[in-house]
Write a protein that binds this ligand. Structure first.
Ligand code: DUC
Ligand code: ZN
Ligand code: ZN
Length: 477
C-alpha cells in the first residue's frame, strides 16, 4: 500500500481552513497533521512513499459532480463523452466523483437500464462513480423498481415535467413516484419546465419560420420553469416527500425553492456553471463566419440560458451565497457541433441539448471566489461537501478528515487557466467556455490515494474508478 503525504498546504473544509499536512494510507486519509513532516519519522513511525508539495496552495476535498450524462442517448445521438473520456476529463479538472444518470425511455425496463449503465461504466472510469435513475412516463413496474434500486445504492430518481413523449411524466405519475420516494427514503429530483406549453410555443415558432437556435430559449420562458417548480413543490408537499431541483436557471424558480425552504420543506436546488456565466444575449450575439447564427447552438440546453436584463445570473450567485440554492453540478451532456448539434441546422428543436463542462466546474466556481462572490469555504461546500451529503456519500467523500477517501485536489491560487477546446480533454469539438480566464489552476489530483493528475499529465488509468453504492441523502436523516 502506498502512503502519501500532502505537505505544506492550506487544508480547506467547509468549517474553515488550516495549515496542515494530510496523510493518506493506501486509499484512506489517516491524518490531518500539524505542518512539518518531522512528526512522521518519530511519533507516527511511518514511511512515506510519495510526497506532494502543496506549499502556497489549497488542499481541497475532491470535487463531486452530481449531475452528468456520459454517453447518454438523446436527441437522435449520444452525448459525446464516454465514461472513459468524461471521467478522465473530470479528473483533470479536480472532480474525483461523478453521479451519472441512468437513462430510461418509455419502452425500456428500468432495471435493464440499470444493468446497462453498470456495463458501460465498469472498468472504464478514471474516478469513482454512482448513479441516479431517470424515470420516464412512470408505470407501476418503475415504482417497484425504485425499491430495488435503493437497495443497490441508487437512492435518487429524476423525473421530467418536459420532453413529452420522451421523458415527461404527468402530474399523477409524478405524484405516485413521490409517494414511493416518501416511503422508501429516496430523494426525488425534478426537471421543472412545463413541457406541454413549451411544445405549443415551439410548434408556433416553427410555423412562423423561426428556426434558429435562439428560438430554443425564446420558447422556454422563465414563467414555465417557475410554474413547474411551484407545481412540483406542491405535489411533494401533498406526498410528504423531499424534492431536489436539478439545473435551476430562473430567479423566480430559485425564489420558489427559497420560499418552500423558508417554511421548513425539504426542498433543495442545484444550478450549473452555464446559468451563472451565460445569458440568452450571449447566445443571441454568437455568430461565426462559418456558421452564422447557428453558432448559438453551442449554448442550447434545457432549461435554456436566461436574459441578462432580468437578473437571473446575479440572483443565482446570491442564492448560492445565502444557501437558497445548495450546490453546483454541471449537467455535463456534451454534443459536438459536427454531426450532432448540426442535426438542428434547420430546426432548433432538433439541436441536441447540452453543455460540456465536467472538466471546468471547479475552475469556474473558483473564479467566483476570486471575484468575491463566494468564500473559499463555500466553494468547497457547493462543489464537494454538499453534493456528497445530498446524495449519501458524505464522510467517505466531500471532506478531508481521517476515515475519508484520499480524494484531494491541490489547487494553486497563483496559477492560471485559459479554457480552450484545444487543451481540454472532453471529447467535444468546441468549448462553450473558449477563452475563459481563471485566476487559479488545478495542480495535483489524488483519487483514493493515487495521484491521477500532476503537471497537466494524466497518471491514472481507466478502471481506477469504482462504483459507489450510495446511502440515502444525509440531509434527511
Ligand atoms: N437537459 C439538457 O440540456 N441535456 C440533457 C437533459 C436535460 O434535461
Ligand atoms: Zn434536466
Ligand atoms: Zn441533466
Amino acid at each position: 500500500m502506498t502512503t502519501t503525504l500532502i505537505t505544506g498546504g492550506t487544508v480547506v473544509n467547509t468549517t474553515g481552513r488550516v495549515e496542515a499536512d494530510v496523510l493518506i494510507d493506501g486509499e484512506t486519509i489517516v491524518g490531518v497533521l500539524p505542518p512539518g513532516s518531522e512528526l512522521l519519522g518519530s511519533d507516527l513511525k511511518r514511511t512515506v512513499d510519495q510526497i506532494v508539495d502543496a506549499t502556497g496552495k489549497y488542499v481541497l476535498p475532491g470535487g463531486v459532480d452530481a449531475h452528468t450524462h456520459m454517453e447518454m442517448p438523446f436527441g437522435g445521438t449520444f452525448a459525446s463523452d464516454t465514461f472513459e473520456t468524461g471521467t478522465r476529463a473530470a479528473a483533470y479538472g479536480g472532480t474525483t466523483t461523478i453521479i451519472d444518470f441512468i437513462t430510461q425511455y418509455p419502452d425500456q425496463r428500468v432495471l435493464d437500464q440499470y444493468n446497462l449503465w453498470h456495463e458501460k461504466a465498469a472498468g472504464n472510469c478514471a474516478i469513482d462513480y454512482g448513479f441516479h435513475q431517470i424515470l420516464s412516463d412512470i408505470q407501476p413496474e418503475s415504482l417497484t423498481a425504485m425499491d430495488e434500486l435503493v437497495d443497490e445504492g441508487v437512492t435518487s430518481f429524476k423525473l421530467f415535467m418536459a420532453y413529452k413523449g420522451v421523458f415527461l411524466s404527468d402530474d399523477g405519475q409524478i405524484f405516485r413516484a413521490f409517494q414511493k420516494g416518501a416511503e422508501n427514503g429516496a430523494l426525488m429530483m425534478m426537471h421543472a419546465e412545463n413541457g406541454s406549453v413549451i411544445d405549443v410555443l415551439v410548434e408556433q415558432a416553427l410555423g412562423r419560420g423561426e428556426t434558429g437556435p435562439i428560438n430554443h430559449g425564446l420558447t422556454r420562458p422563465w414563467q414555465l420553469e417557475e410554474e413547474a417548480t411551484h407545481r412540483a413543490i406542491m405535489l411533494a408537499d401533498v406526498a410528504d416527500c423531499p424534492l431536489y431541483f436539478v439545473h435551476v436557471t430562473a430567479k423566480q424558480a430559485a425564489m420558489q425553492i427559497a420560499e418552500a425552504r423558508g417554511r421548513g420543506a425539504n426542498v433543495f436546488g442545484e444550478t450549473c456553471p452555464q446559468y451563472l456565466y451565460f445569458s440568452l444575449e450571449d447566445q443571441l450575439g454568437a455568430h461565426s463566419a462559418e456558421r452564422g447564427e447557428f453558432e448559438g447552438a453551442k449554448w442550447v440546453a434545457s432549461p435554456p440560458l436566461r436574459s441578462k436584463h432580468e437578473g437571473h445570473q446575479d440572483f443565482l450567485w446570491k442564492a448560492l451565497r445565502t444557501n437558497e440554492i445548495q450546490m453546483v453540478s454541471t449537467d455535463h451532456c456534451p454534443f459536438c457541433m459536427k454531426e450532432q448539434k448540426e442535426l438542428g441546422a434547420d430546426d432548433f428543436s432538433k439541436i441536441p441539448n447540452g453543455f460540456g463542462t465536467v472538466e471546468h466546474r471547479l475552475d469556474l466556481l473558483y473564479q467566483g471566489v476570486v471575484d468575491g462572490k463566494i468564500t473559499l469555504e463555500r466553494f468547497v461546500e457547493i462543489t464537494s461537501t454538499t453534493p456528497a451529503r445530498m446524495f449519501g456519500l458524505y464522510g467517505k467523500k466531500g471532506v478531508i478528515q481521517p476515515g475519508a477517501d484520499g480524494d484531494i485536489v491541490v489547487y494553486d491560487p497563483n496559477g492560471h487557466t485559459t479554457i480552450s477546446a484545444d487543451t481540454a480533454h472532453m471529447d467535444i469539438d468546441y468549448s462553450a467556455w473558449e477563452g475563459f480566464e481563471i485566476d487559479g489552476k488545478v495542480d495535483t489530483v489524488v483519487s483514493r490515494g493515487k495521484i491521477v493528475v500532476q503537471n497537466d499529465q494524466y497518471l491514472g488509468r481507466k478502471g481506477d474508478g469504482q462504483y459507489l453504492k450510495r446511502g440515502t441523502s444525509q440531509y434527511l436523516t
